[in-house]
Design a protein around this ligand. Structure first.
Ligand code: NAG
Ligand code: NAG
Length: 461
């Protein structure tokens, strides 16, 4: 219950709610597929306010397991899902790390590349250096975006052979949410427009570039977006509720590597002359300028941003999905020859209810290619394309692409060996059975002969 320390300070009724939510974290087990529902510590929002919290050592399944799915959403104190037009879920990310046993939780300012000897971030397979290291993470689209890892694949974690001696594996959750109830400009608040937040310095007190008009640097923890005059305070406690699905690890599971690409990645290839290694610099967010009359005629006011990236270690693509913000109209990952590896298109809500909030991206389409049908080669140059409508200006938008890549096909060789062994056993079985019958017949024959000689009656036959 250490996670509820914030709740304790706030009020006792909230603690009671927290306990009742906590007790739901029972592990369900259906044919070895386990799942459990957890809740984050509580965070408090009021109209226009922002939280950007990092929760260490969150409740998470332990042991050597294969993660199969991760779903999350914002709920209120009664456990009811909260719509995006009230609490905009800017993003949540789940990061794996090793913590030195017996050492206090580190002071951590949200730079996910942070690394010290007692605290080691276990990033995904790449390719942004020191940022976007998460295993899972989405935003407003979380309720209607598929994230399951199909069989026989899984995300391997908790392998004791990989955890350094004296350390334990833990997970951290970062939640960034904006309360837009009563906001003067809901979209402006969700796009973190600096003028609406009256912010001119970043969270470290460093002045922002004059041309930085919106984005994460203007909506950090405890900033306040402009709300309508005379609004009554309406503080409320909220939680991230997340469901993890997993199976115990076994050698029949094929591990997948997680890659996250960012359309804002500025990177340098390995420089042969200086020997400098490839450095990725993922800026995470960018801006969409509003289109002009000429571009309306030329490209229909579509901002199409592209980046080409070298893929380190090839394999079979098992899953793909993009992450975009409002204004996004789709994103595609292409291979070197121009083939489509995966295209992911947003779904916009059309109503008021949870999961269908008008004007918000409530889901992204995903790709589950037939294993083996979509391959990427070692060192292949990929192109990531992220399209937004530029009918109006957008700040702080994102163009990420997640893929899961497996080394091998579902081991056809092993399956074959299995089959061969089975056939061999069957043949030998039949042969042995035949020999056994022959022996039995022979023995019986001999016995009958000797019985008839001795005058004894066979009891068996
Ligand atoms: C905006 O911030 C400045 C200080 O940075 C402050 O003087 C001013 O009152 C703020 N304006 C509003 C509307 O809060
Ligand atoms: C993105 O825009 C480009 C240029 O208009 C277009 O060729 C491409 O098909 C679009 N892709 C997606 C996924 O919308």
């Amino acid at each position: 219950m250490a996670n509820y320390s914030q709740g304790w300070l706030l009020s006792i009724p909230m603690l009671l709610v927290a306990i009742s939510i906590q007790t739901q974290a029972l592990v369900r087990n259906e044919n070895g597929i386990k799942s459990a529902e957890f809740v984050s510590p509580m965070f408090v929002l009021e109209p226009g306010s922002v939280v950007d919290k990092f929760y260490y050592n969150i409740d998470f399944p332990r042991g050597h397991i294969a993660l199969k799915n991760f779903n999350a959403e914002v709920v209120d104190e009664a456990g009811n899902p909260v719509p995006l037009h009230e609490t905009y879920l800017h993003h949540w990310v789940v990061v794996r790390y090793y913590q030195h046993k017996g050492v206090e939780v580190p002071i951590y300012d949200g730079d996910l590349g942070f690394h010290q000897s007692d605290f080691i971030v276990v990033g995904n397979a790449g390719i942004c250096d020191n940022s976007l290291v998460q295993y899972f993470g989405l935003g407003s689209e979380t309720r209607k975006t598929a994230t399951h890892v199909p069989d026989p694949y899984g995300i391997e974690v908790g392998n004791p052979a990989e955890i350094p001696a004296g350390y334990e594996e833990r997970w951290l959750l970062n939640v960034h949410a904006i309360d837009t109830r009563g906001a003067e400009d809901k979209l402006g608040c969700t796009e973190c427009r600096c003028d609406l937040y009256n912010v001119t310095e970043d969270k470290h007190g460093r002045p922002l570039r004059p041309d930085y008009i919106g984005g994460l640097r203007c909506c950090y923890d405890q900033t306040q977006c402009k709300v309508k005059e005379g609004l009554e305070s309406a503080k409320r406690g909220l939680y991230m509720r997340y469901t993890v699905t997993w199976v115990d690890w076994d050698n029949s599971i094929l591990p997948v590597r997680i890659y996250i690409f960012d359309v804002t990645d500025m990177w340098k290839r390995l420089d042969q002359s200086t020997g400098q290694s490839t450095k990725h610099y993922c800026q995470v967010e960018y801006e969409i300028e509003s289109c002009t009359a000429t571009s309306l005629a030329n490209d229909g006011c579509i901002d199409s941003k592209r980046v080409s990236l070298s893929f380190p270690t090839g394999g079979n693509v098992i899953y793909g999905a993009a992450h975009q913000h409002t204004g996004g109209i789709g994103s595609t990952l292409y291979g070197e020859d121009g083939r489509v590896i995966c295209s992911s298109i947003p779904t916009y809500g059309e109503g008021k209810e949870v999961g269908n909030e008008a004007g918000y991206i409530v889901g992204m389409s995903t790709c589950y290619p037939q294993p083996g049908s979509v391959k990427i080669s070692d060192g292949e140059t990929l192109v990531l394309e992220s399209n937004y409508s530029s009918a109006q200006r957008h700040t702080g938008v994102m163009g990420l692409f997640y893929i899961l890549v497996a080394d091998a096909l579902p081991r056809p060789t092993l399956v074959k060996i299995h089959e061969e062994i089975t056939i061999a056993i069957a043949i030998w079985g039949v042969a042995l059975f035949g020999v056994a019958i022959a022996v039995a017949v022979f023995v019986t024959y001999r016995r009958r002969r000797s019985e008839s000689k001795d005058g004894y009656q066979s009891i068996v036959m």
